[in-house]
Design a protein around this ligand. Sequence first.
Ligand SMILES: C[S@@+](CC[C@H](N)C(=O)[O-])C[C@H]1O[C@@H](n2cnc3c(N)ncnc32)[C@H](O)[C@@H]1O
Length: 447
Amino acid sequence: MTGIGNAAGHGVRRPRSAAPPPPTPGGAIEAVVLALGSHGDGIAESACGRLYIPRTLPGERVRVRLGSRRGDGLAAEPIEWLSAAEGRATPPCRHFSRCGGCSLQHLSAEAYQGFKLERLHTALARARITASAVAPLVLTPPGGRRRARFAAVSRARRRCSVGFRERRGHAIVDVVECPVLDHRLVTALPALRDWLDDLLTTGQRTEVTVTQLDGGLDVVLDWPQPPTVAVRERCAAFAGEADLGRLSWRAGPGLPAEPMVQRRPVGASFAGTIVAVPAGCFLQASVAGEGALIAAVLDAAVDARRIVDLFSGAGTFAVSLAAAGRHVLAIDSDGSALAAAASARPGITTQTRDLLARPLAASELAGFAAAVFDPPRAGAAAQAKQLAASGVPTVVAVSCNPQTFARDARLLVNGGYGLERVVPVDQFLWSPHLELAAIFRRNRQRP
Ligand SMILES: C[S@@+](CC[C@H](N)C(=O)[O-])C[C@H]1O[C@@H](n2cnc3c(N)ncnc32)[C@H](O)[C@@H]1O
């Protein structure tokens, strides 16, 4: 792996000296980057303690400006490169040095893919898990991200800022290009700015989630109070001008979204079946990444007759399995997402349930030939324990967090499952995140 060092930043030796001298914030020092940390920052040891330096690579010597405390060290901003490493590439986006959306655009393709795979291998090694096979990293193309959550602030006598937050701090980077996003999201930005200029009062902030669906853009505006008639009228005008599919509002993240304008039916296509997804419901980040995950799930579970899909959302996997003629029980806490899945295909029954508080018990898992399990980032240890105690022959874990995946995988392995194969999927382009699908088969009976 070219010049990446230990991706987690562990094993980087600290200097022997006792307590480091107090750093002078804003002071400049020279540092040599030893490794990339799990967030993609270069890690260096200095007389002021450990430094986290964005946009650098292992082996590079840089002059940095010391910043504020960060975890066990200090944030530091590179101000001059005294030597550049082999794995360096020219970032494709003009916003890269400020925008908090991407942290790895400065890596060559080889170094980048090495970083992603090392995240998986490090997590598996820490949990002492051996995978019989790790498939090559599935790459997804630039311009494939179908959803963005834009922050916006209205400024006196200037255009509204709409974009992503800075890497450090709360300022908003006014995005004019983004090689990660589907181009239709970027093309909508000027109209979005005009609309928010009209809607927000000076200094007012909000967030807008924009998703590219079949049928057009699906926009959700965060708005703390029920919108007034005047706000609704401005929203209706914007929806028409920008040719949106649907425009909704919600009181805040995680709360249900209420459509204000529906101009056309909108939906997501899972393995060829269109699902009328509710506004704001979870979707995989990219169509290409979603396709790779569906292929891995179908490959592992399509021979099973009865399948349970835990944390199913609107049925990315349940609908794809039902389209292949399987009977699926889909379970999620989002009842409207489940209703959308069930109405898209026969063969799907649903249960609305909080699986973190009340995981499906081993006794309830009896009779299923396969379980798919795709929890939020924090993983689902309680559900993994129940799966580990069940007799389900095949478990497919889908995860966007190798650390929590490895923790939950360890529970399955302790319960007698073997990890047959992991498919890493790079659907969070130029970020340190990695998606994966992992296939477990029960290789010994329950103790
Ligand atoms: C990573 S998404 C996966 C969704 C789906 N498998 C897909 O690929 O589109 C995680 C899902 O967990 C659901 N979820 C979050 N917390 C939950 C809980 N406590 N109990 C059940 N489901 C939950 C969310 O509604 C979301 O649909």
